[in-house]
Design a protein around this ligand. Sequence first.
Ligand code: PLP
Length: 500
Amino acid sequence: MPTNSPDAPGPERDRAALLDRRRQLERASRPLEPGTTRRKQLRNAVVASSERFLRRIETLQAYVETDEKGAGLLRSPISEHGIPLDAALELLEREVVRPGGNPASGGHLAYIPGGGLYHSALGDFLAAISNKYAGVFFTGPGAVRMENMLVRWVADLVGYPAAAGGNIASGGSIATLAAVVTARDAHALKAADFAAAVVYLTTQAHYCIEKALRIAGLGQAQVRHVAMDERFRMRPEALARAITTDRQAGLRPWLVIAAAGTTDTGAADPLAAIADVAERERCWFHVDAAYGGFFLLTTEGRRALAGIERSDSAVLDPHKGLFLPYGSGILVVRDAAALADAHHYFGNYMQDAMREPGEVSPADLSPELTKHFRGLRMWLPLILLGTRPFRAALQEKLLLARYFYHEVQALGFEVGPVPDLSIVTFRWVPPGGGASLERVNAMNQMIVDGVRRDGRIFLSSTMLDGRFMIRMVALSFRTHRRTIDLALRILRDQVAAIPT
Ligand SMILES: *Cc1c(COP(=O)(O)O)cnc(C)c1O
């Protein structure tokens, strides 16, 4: 066969075919790189969708019950060819944004709200556009400086010394895991010690702590539930007694965990008195300030959380008390070296990065390597607005909780403890007495269900000493006096609707 025949196999023909194939592939992948015009179309449609939401945020329901619960999404599976943007946004709005809780609503008074600052959304947008890598100083020096600067700002807020360090994680649970691992290594606990190691907390501690212990390999550790006072705060003298008893039994008191605002009732443990005990007993002292930490920006908050500066580590959730969208939890550690000792690592392929001197890299202070550039969503609102509006909003929430605490009693509800921060627990007990605990609990379940069906506000519930309690949490920056008054009116109507 002559080699110049067009259908001759040979290197020339292979090269031409490859070239052609590459052109085809480049063309087929072109949608991944939209040009100026297409970007504008995409952006305008997305912004329009966000405006459809935000312009109505005052009147959107805080909870929406639907039959499908978003299942309509599954009728449009991911396929070889995409769908038009308008169709995708319609799906998103109908099947994702609408059903269930609406955490962006000021009427969201359930669980722990936060809201989701607009400035943070724009920060996330910019972070994703440049896709700056904030894990290692070498490749993202400015991004790393930004995250470290924010961690330093939080460390200052807590009152830690210059040697402190920390990390911006995805949430309080992951930050808590990093704290537990740091405390484990700082006390040189080895597997053989785990069963004798003792952790002290109250039954009101967030379950992410026991989850973190288990993930950290410490599932066998002894967990002591320290006695609480009538306001669900840890009793420091009970803590001291428990530690003494454990030492006498040959155990190894290791970790004391207090809450700067529990999730259930917002109770702030007496941190200074607990610090005294932890210090004397040489235990690692961790403060869970995921919910309450940013109240340190207020005078009352500083008073309620006094002593937090004496802890070894603390977790604060910007996606709660700083109103950021979900996905931000900060761990700060008094001694940055302890955090680094527990987390740093070296891979051969990172050798270029290791030769660059500079700031400590987040990748050496957390389990994560490649991660979201979380600093920008926190930095943008803080640098643009300053701390003043945050301080004001948090102060307002403290006052709203106290206002609600009084007004809900005026409606005839029984209340739990006077709020340390911005959570109020309460329940309906029919006047005249005589109703059984089961009946009273069932009535309050009816009220919570009724409030959710109404949907204008969203409340959640908990059990305290066998009592079904309704919770009202004021923490969203969109929650104001009118929201609380609406909640009170809805509660009054729900009580009136209870079948007798
Ligand atoms: C929310 C919360 C946590 C858990 O934090 P996530 O950000 O939800 O992971 C831990 N402790 C307290 C007191 C909380 O309120």
